[in-house]
Design a binder for this molecule. Structure first.
Ligand code: TPP
Ligand code: MG
Length: 329
């Protein structure tokens, strides 16, 4: 089932503008990290999500601060969209004490529990059951909090995806499974790994309804997430959202990789022509929600915020040696 993009009138203007600021900020973060990464001062493997930003922004714009979000190895956008501090993200990538995980987690282990970003994991599908556990806890506590698990298209190939959907459905839990389907798992195309390109239907046998949306259309993602969040808060149980999108850069690292042979430059260019930031910006400009001057002002503010974050990260100290084994279980 494909969802239609909602009319702009159904979304409050301040939400539209906040989502624009956020998608521009997330794009800037990805692009700037890609520029700085070759300096080799950031030593952790880093999975950029340039091209996929609309998914994080559209989903998280529907969440309250006390709702829970869990992510996977490609987690920068989810951390930022849920309200995680940019400078603590950058400091984490630089391995600094001021990083959001004290500098010992790195790019794949961002965390900001104070704003409900409960963590990310490098284990494919690893946080799907954990997010569901927090949904169970919310129900037991009598809270209407919602939990969200973001994962990639390879996440649905893990047994725990099905075990979790079964349990979430059985217990009617307020959890939303958001699959960021960027068509590849490292260098393997979806159709070389799965018999059909129909992830949104995989919950059917567990009675978990799903939709497939254009993950590069921020408003389409926003609308699908809104319906899923409203359902969860009404106590109507779990929901699966598949967002079709595309990663522009290599699987891990800052470069383009169309010369490796697993995907073509033409395919990449086709997706780059459908840039989620440009698509959204055009809609806002055409509808008078933003002016060209607003766009320039936001670009400048976001650049300054990013440069301040880089300065903060570079100037911060590394963790002390005696802290290395702290938090190791
Ligand atoms: C359980 C497990 N198996 C294999 C891996 C190795 N691995 C790391 S990323 C990745 C591909 C993930 O693809 P996807 O879930 O589609 O996310 P994407 O990288 O495309 O965003 C794999 C197989 C892993 N980290 N965990
Ligand atoms: Mg993928």
């Amino acid at each position: 089932m494909k969802k239609k993009t909602p009319s702009l009138k159904s979304v409050p203007a301040n939400v539209l503008r906040d989502m624009y600021y956020m998608i521009v900020k997330i794009r800037k973060e990805g692009e700037r990290i890609a520029e700085l990464y070759p300096e080799q001062e950031m030593r952790c493997p880093t999975h950029l999500s340039i091209g996929q930003e609309a998914v994080a922004v559209g989903v998280c714009a529907n969440l309250r601060k006390d709702d829970y979000v869990f992510s996977f190895h490609r987690c920068h956008a989810h951390y930022l969209a849920k309200g995680g501090e940019l400078r603590r993200l950058v400091a984490e990538l630089y391995g600094k004490k001021t990083g959001c995980a004290g500098g010992v987690g790195g790019s794949m282990h961002l965390v900001a529990p104070d704003v409900g970003f409960m963590g990310a994991s490098s284990i494919v599908a690893g946080t799907i059951p954990i997010a569901t556990g927090t949904a169970l806890a919310s129900v037991m506590q009598g809270s209407d909090r919602v939990s969200v698990a973001f994962f990639g298209d390879a996440g649905v190939e893990e047994g725990t995806f099905h075990e979790t959907l079964n349990f979430a459905s059985l217990k009617n839990l307020p959890v939303i499974f958001v699959c960021e389907n960027n068509l590849y798992a490292t260098h393997a195309h979806l159709l070389s790994r799965q018999p059909a390109d129909n992830i949104f239907e995989r919950g059917e046998s567990h009675r978990v309804p799903g939709v497939c949306v254009d993950g590069n259309d921020l408003l389409a993602v926003y609308q699908a997430a809104k319906e899923a969040v409203d359902r969860c808060r009404r106590g109507q149980g779990p929901f699966l959202i598949e967002c079709k999108t595309y990663r522009w850069r290599e699987h891990v690292g800052p470069y383009y990789d169309y010369d490796l042979g697993y995907r073509s430059k033409e395919e990449l260019e086709k997706w780059m022509a459908r840039c989620p930031v440009s698509i959204y910006e055009k809609v806002l400009l055409e509808n008078g929600i933003l002016s060209q001057k607003d766009v320039s002002t936001i670009a400048k503010e976001v650049s300054e915020e990013m440069e301040e974050a880089v300065r903060f990260a570079k100037e911060s100290p590394f963790p002390d040696e005696d802290e290395l084994l702290k938090d190791v279980y």
